[in-house]
Ligand binder design. Sequence first.
Ligand SMILES: [Zn+2]
Ligand SMILES: [Zn+2]
Length: 412
Amino acid sequence: MSAAAAIEPKSLVEVLRSMAETLRDLTREFPTWSLPEAEVGAVIGQAQQVRQLSHSLTAVLAREADSRGLGSDDGLSRTDWLRSQAEGALDGPEAAAVTRVGAAMNEPRWARLAERVAASEVPVAHAAAIVRLHDDVARIADPDHLAAIIDTMVEECHVLGRRELARLVAHARATLKPPAEVESEEAGLRLGRSFRRVRSCAGFSVFELRLDPEGAAIVESAVDALSAPRPDLCLDGGVGEVDPRTPATRRADALLEIVGRGVAAPEGVTRSPRTTLVVTMSLEALLEQVRGAGLLDTDAALSPSAVRRLACEAGIVPMVLGARSEVLDLGYTQRLFTPAQRRALAVRDGGCSFPDCTVPPQWCDAHHVVHWLFGGRTDLLNGALLCGRHHTVVHQRGLTATVAATGVTWHL
Ligand SMILES: [Zn+2]
Ligand SMILES: [Zn+2]
């Protein structure tokens, strides 16, 4: 406070100019080779402090500009005005972030954030991510739930790196959306899936595959599991050679292997549980006692009904979190149909058990009529084969069925 009081308002620009001059001289002329080793790191740390402080000062001034409406006379957006003032030192996204934070700092709702940004305790980029999350979901989220999450972020975000905060924001975004909204978004994206041959060239066929987050995660986890380098595929069989295939070639080979296995699998038994798709969500959300969505490794969100459907099948591990975010062990054997059980279901149901569906057994999922989450047993009288499409329908609508030794009757 005392140093600030000593600066005449008019001379702020002079003070900064001379600091910049000093830094410029230091960068250009300081004999860095003469620094003791212990100081090299310390100087880097201080230089980053200067950077963060100058960002904070920029945000404080952006707040001032916002309250005075600067730039609007020239017909410039606040962001463009800021960029023009920064003389090329701010790129578009940075300028947008500073503008967003500056404007928020003028609102009573963000008083605490404004205080922490001005004190340089919270990086401007972090503050921008938090304000943006709030702006994006404020219309649809439960206000108390949103306020609790935002307030926690404002207090705790300084310990997080940029990536960690981005993950947290993605998770919050997913949990704050009403499940119905996530579900209808999912349905829309699922309809947007496409796979087509784009063109042929030089003897190759080029395909385009467009997938929603769930589809993409399934393909990626399956392909990843099979696309590790295999030195034994080396052309001349030499010892200690590396796999001659590029990563892209290995992924193509993996995809073909998966398709080949699917086609060649004996009736009713496919899906070796070697691919693992990890979905994280709380047990309460899964049981639909609270609002929430599942989160894939890629941070894509899934509705509770989609997670329950995925959890019916082998190879997909729902990482269900208990109250204190510890992973609950829901038991592998208790929830998966064995190959023998799948063969029995294939014989009994003859394919998808949904009325009038003709999809053969090898393309079906083994669905728990009473979900194992709700105590349903993994035995034949609680199992029903369903194709992917009808499996989705059954979980979305929460359909029930009666299972007899002779077959399944769906209650539509
Ligand atoms: Zn199911
Ligand atoms: Zn079907």
